[in-house]
Write a protein that binds this ligand. Structure first.
Ligand SMILES: Cc1cc2nc3c(=O)[nH]c(=O)nc-3n(C[C@H](O)[C@H](O)[C@H](O)COP(=O)(O)OP(=O)(O)OC[C@H]3O[C@@H](n4cnc5c(N)ncnc54)[C@H](O)[C@@H]3O)c2cc1C
Length: 618
């Protein structure tokens, strides 16, 4: 019944019957139950049509005249009811019901599940491979004075291990130069997530990639020296270096603060990317009393000060002014760093500390001070308004038009501009104070610019040309926060400059190599011309640096973020809210350099989602 659904009789003398060779039933016997399904036409030809949806193997249909097999079919016919005798063979088990057709929704889930599984397998495979590659770097070609073809390699010295330097190193063909990277900080710090460190949303180790690990990923050997450049001699192309061990709590033998180890290194090209230092605008008391948020250990210091203040306040009566002061966290500077830090601290207090320190949420004050009328000035007005609203709901106290005048160990003295001709002086007591007020040049940069005539007017950073070459010196290229350009001092700019400069240097090495080859082949005019032409071709390939702004992102608290995104200067989009927060997180994870760090940061977020943020002081 299930297998032979329809029998048609059509105009023919041939009779086609289903072969019952695989069954224990005779043809007559088996035809009976299906007769009521038979359509009788003006014909003597009978064809058994097998339902195509049934998965049973099919034995051939045999034509009675030719006997040639037409179609393979194994037809199982059920016995007619009431014909079974004691001697009959036992009836076969009833055939399975035809499988139900899965509907559209069923198919959708089936395909989605299949694709997700496939995606997961591919994703896990790729991550495993890149972690393996990262932790098991291959052989590097060793440094050498000459290439195999006899041309001389140039010495490239990179100063710094921040965004500019590491982006440059990552894209440079290190087999074409002898590269040395020098920095007092032996790791790259992913600064965009630094405001999440004081609250333990992200562990500081998760956003640090060791320079030695990065230097081992390159094709050619890269030397690393942990030292600070103390002086640059641009005429003789020499750099003075100084190594100072950090002070450890045990083992005085590690400490050489009083007798730092000094050295000198020569360069053919210098990649100058030492960043900037915090700008205090000469405001009295800031260096002594405020914390900065520039390095990983700054984040630890902020956390410790916060906990010191909170724990000390618990000893004082609730109505005491001193207790109120200790429970006031002040951030000065309404740029992305200040806003993100204030938001993170408020989240930490409301979402985690309040579980263990009853009442802290109501008692603790987070204040953000900004001299300008708005925070996040680089964002569109509607996102600024959105940030203000979120801060209001969160109870982060925004003090715009408040200019810091002076700081002492307990108070911030500010001038509040009420209108163009009216202002008031205020005193804001604090327990923890963070200064996030901008950049100024390092002493080394000031020293360097004072030695180059064309840099004499450079107050806010080195002046560079369209190829990032320092004006007045053909061997020094500068990038990132140590330069003064029309672009804002951001990681995005330094990163793009680093990539551009590496490409520029890859071409420069070709130009230099072909020029050398043309000299080496001066007795063969044909070869000489060929190499000269090649070097000219590479020279025409050197293009100026063009910055492509892809947008700005900032976390504003309560799992909300703002994003001002742009595509090649022709379209911008302003977003704010919880989805933007997810975008903010995924964008930052994708920007983290190493796979290990990406995984660690995601792990930190997962840990916080499950257990909450850590509440220990260290
Ligand atoms: C908390 C925070 C959050 C930020 N968030 C963002 C963000 O979300 N998006 C964004 O685009 N930008 C962000 N920035 C800005 C961004 O980090 C900087 O613009 C970027 O780091 C500049 O890169 P750089 O290479 O010029 O300098 P840096 O990254 O600062 O690196 C400078 C390097 O030079 C080394 N150095 C210093 N002195 C010497 C010396 N004498 N000799 C040798 N080496 C030396 C330092 O140790 C360091 O390794 C943030 C900055 C901070 C502080």
């Amino acid at each position: 019944m299930f297998l032979l659904r329809r029998v048609s009789m059509i105009n023919s003398s041939k009779v086609a019957v289903a072969s019952a060779t695989a069954t224990k039933f005779s043809l007559n016997y088996s035809l009976k139950p299906i007769l009521h399904n038979t359509r009788l036409l003006s014909s003597s030809r009978v064809i058994f049509q097998v339902d195509k949806t049934i998965q049973t193997p099919i034995s051939p249909i045999v034509s009675s005249t030719t006997g040639t097999p037409k179609e393979a079919s194994t037809v199982v016919l059920p016995p007619p009811t009431g014909t079974t005798t004691a001697t009959s063979p036992p009836p076969p088990p009833p055939p399975p019901p035809p499988p139900k057709k899965s509907g559209k929704i069923g198919r959708f889930f089936k395909y989605t599940f299949g694709l997700t599984t496939l995606g997961l397998v591919i994703g896990i495979g790729m991550v495993t491979y890149s972690v393996y590659k990262e932790t098991n770097p291959g052989e590097q070609s060793p440094q050498s004075a000459k290439r195999a073809n006899g041309t001389t390699k140039k010495n490239v010295v990179i100063l710094g291990s921040g965004w500019g330097a590491i982006s440059f190193l990552g894209k440079l063909d290190t087999t074409q130069y002898n590269v040395t990277i020098i920095s007092p900080r032996n790791y790259f710090l992913f600064t965009p997530l630094l405001p999440s460190v004081p609250t333990s949303t992200v562990d500081s180790k998760s956003i640090c990639d060791p320079v030695r690990l990065i230097a081992r990923q390159t094709p050619g050997e890269v030397k690393y020296l942990e030292a600070a450049a103390t002086n640059i001699d641009p005429i003789n192309k020499k750099i003075d270096l100084e190594h100072k061990s950090q002070r450890f709590s045990i083992g005085d033998s590690f400490v050489n603060d009083n007798e730092p180890i000094q050295s000198t290194i020569e360069y053919d090209y210098l990649i100058y990317s030492v960043g900037a230092k915090v700008n205090t605008f000469g405001i009295e008391g800031i260096p002594e009393h405020a914390s900065y948020l520039k390095e990983a250990n700054d984040a630890t210091a902020i956390r410790q000060k916060l906990f010191n203040s909170i724990e000390a306040s618990r000893l004082l009566p609730e109505d005491s002014n001193e207790r109120k002061r200790l429970l006031t966290f002040v951030v000065c500077g309404g740029g992305p760093t200040g806003v993100e830090l204030a938001a993170e601290i408020k989240d930490y207090i409301d979402q985690d500390l309040s579980k263990f320190i009853p009442g802290i949420s109501k008692e603790m004050n987070v204040i953000l001070i900004e001299a300008l009328p708005n925070v996040l000035n680089m964002f569109p007005p509607k996102l600024i308004e959105y940030t203000k609203e979120v801060f209001k709901i969160q109870d982060v106290k925004l003090k715009t038009n408040h200019m810091v005048q002076k700081v002492d160990s307990r108070n911030v003295y500010v001038k509040h501009k009420i209108s163009n001709d009216q202002s008031e002086n205020l005193v804001i007591p604090y327990g923890t104070l963070v200064w996030a007020g901008g950049n100024s040049q390092r002493e080394l940069t000031q020293k360097l610019s004072s030695q180059i005539l064309e840099q004499k007017t450079a107050r806010r950073g080195l002046l560079i040309d369209e190829n990032l070459k320092v004006y007045g010196d053909d061997s020094i290229y500068a990038l990132g926060d140590c330069t003064f350009t029309k672009n804002a001092p951001t990681a995005q700019v330094a990163h793009q400059q680093g990539i551009y400069l590496a490409d520029y240097f890859n071409k420069l090495s070709k130009i230099d190599e072909f020029k050398q080859l043309s000299i080496l082949n001066s007795d063969n005019s044909e070869l000489q011309e060929k190499f000269l032409k090649k070097s000219i071709r590479y020279t025409t390939m050197l293009k100026p640096f063009i910055y492509n702004h892809t947008g700005s992102l900032a976390y504003i608290g309560s799992e909300r973020a703002v994003a001002d995104l742009s595509w090649n200067n022709w379209s911008t989009i302003a977003l704010g809210g919880s989805l933007t927060f997810l975008f903010w997180r995924s964008a930052y994870v994708s920007m983290i350099l190493g796979t290990k760090s990406k995984l660690l940061v995601c792990g930190d977020w997962l840990k916080v989602a499950i257990f909450g943020r850590d509440c220990s002081k260290d």
